[in-house]
Design a protein around this ligand. Structure first.
Ligand code: KIV
Length: 264
């Protein structure tokens, strides 16, 4: 069965959780599909986990198109979400052209990082039939402005602006919100305040869906390991088993437990 933005919304209405993992090629896309993963994200994290860059900023539109085409070849049912890379939405015209290229490469929905300012972009894309996921909280493309990869929305004013941004972007036509590295209590508030599905990473087990970078889930990432990362390979005999366990634990609400979440 193919997953759509509508089926994810129905899952939210029924109080059922869904799983998302990053994928960058046809082989892993096929294995994740067979394991029952609902959403495959071609994340610009590929700049770090595939290309060895120290941030996502160098990732180009051509990189994203190529990896989206690869993932499309292996996917057998999950919703395919592709990241709009750094500087690909610097004008409305570029946003429309670049999002269209990702849709033609096989994406069912594009993901944009930002805040309230995304509203006019989301509205333009949505009007033209392009579904959008709005990525709030820790937005890695802004790492230089944020001063590092740190938890966002801890202060009351910042939390309130994130809540307002989520509501505004839903009104503008966003189909999904993704929250990265925010306190669990804030993620819970936002998840309750919007009708569209909310995917979390480092946002507690209170969101409608969860996402992890594939390399983190398989325990093959190098460097600093963020608190929300769990290696599902430690108790699995195969990569498919690790994906399946992640899928099961997300859907039961067992992952992420408090040990993998930010309190407050
Ligand atoms: O690029 C990516 O993989 C992401 C996830 C970390 C959410 O945006």
């Amino acid at each position: 069965m193919s997953i759509t933005t509508l089926s994810l919304k129905k899952l939210k209405e029924q109080g059922q959780k869904f799983s998302c993992v990053t994928a960058y090629d046809a082989t892993f896309s096929a294995v994740a599909s067979q394991a029952g993963i609902d959403v495959l994200l071609i994340g610009d994290s590929l700049g770090m986990v595939l290309q060895g860059q120290d941030s996502t900023l160098p990732v180009s539109m051509n990189d994203m198109i190529y990896h989206t085409q690869c993932v499309k070849q292996g996917a057998t049912g999950p919703l395919i979400m592709a990241d709009m890379p750094f500087n690909s939405i610097n004008t409305l015209e570029n946003a429309l052209n670049n999002a269209s290229l990702l849709m033609q490469a096989g994406a069912h929905i594009v993901k944009l990082e930002g805040g309230e300012w995304l509203a006019e972009y989301i509205s333009a894309l949505s009007d033209r039939g392009i579904p959008v996921c709005a990525h709030l909280g820790l937005t890695p493309q802004s790492v230089n402005k944020l001063g590092g990869y740190r938890v966002q929305g801890k202060e009351a004013d910042k939390a309130n602006s994130m809540i307002n941004a989520a509501k505004l972007l839903e009104q503008a036509g966003a189909d999904i919100i993704l929250l990265e590295c925010v306190p669990t209590s804030l993620a819970e508030l936002i998840t309750k305040k919007v009708k569209i599905p909310v995917i979390g990473i480092g946002a507690g087990n209170v969101t409608d869906g969860q996402v992890l970078v594939m390399h983190d889930l398989l325990g093959i990432s190098s460097g600093h390991k963020p608190k929300f990362v769990k290696n599902f390979m430690t108790e699995a005999n195969s990569i498919q088993e690790a994906f399946s366990q992640y899928n099961t634990d997300v859907k039961s609400g067992d992952f992420p437990s408090e040990d993998f979440s930010f309190s407050g």
